[in-house]
Design a protein around this ligand. Sequence first.
Ligand code: APR
Length: 250
Amino acid sequence: MMNQKLIERAARDLLTSKKTIAFTGAGISVESGIPDFRSAGGLWEKFDPEEYAHIHAFYANPEKVWLMLKDMFTLVMTAKPNPAHLGLAELERMGLLSTIITQNVDGLHQAAGSKNVIEFHGSHRTLSCLKCGTTTDGTLLQIEDLPARCPHCSSLLKPDVVFFGEPIPPGAQATSFRESRSCQLVLVVGTSAVVYPAASIPIMAKEAGATVIEINMEPTPLTGHVSDYLISGSAGKIIPAIVEEVKRQR
Ligand code: APR
């Protein structure tokens, strides 16, 4: 049962905010069929991130890391935006959401129609050869093409997603920090808020005076400390309910 009072409060906060951003994590794509990382049944339950998601693991044993990547790519290639992604895109069209900063690499915000999306952890859309530097288009890959090899030197390609131990793309980090310091409201959707520097985004927004609304199935380290309130439940239900309430109050 959704908390109608908090839905109404979120709609009021959206309508009064002069600049709103969203900060999203894997939870927003769960209803598109992509498991998150740390919930029961998540990707890190199946693959130890230290062994599969660290850049040194990829250098040491790319074939092994591609076992995890193949799982991820298979899901991402067939996933469609869900009502949560579509709701954020609608808020952008209504002029009520200026930027989405996402930790996700699935491209579902853009597929839902969101225009201003910052991919803090890169994206699966391109892959790079760590040997010869060739970059190839990941969207043309078929499942049978995996693991992806460089067309020039046949080494295993690495998706342009940020592995643990790699830096955040400098442009994405600088723009994200600027957005978080200049917003009045941040919607924190579907993230456990345990991975830094990404998780510093809602904290920076709070320090700059913004209201922080969490939408999550469960409390996180932000809840009760950084977030003004948590709307518990699935993003695919809560975000469309907020959009409907905004239309009602407008
Ligand atoms: N609606 C809302 N929240 C949900 C839903 C849902 N339908 N399903 C799951 N969640 C919540 C979970 O309760 C959890 O708090 O989404 C959060 C997902 O947390 P993680 O699996 O840790 O994903 P995320 O926060 O995006 O991880 C951050 O860690 O492994 C790295 O690079 C990876 O970008 C990722 C980063």
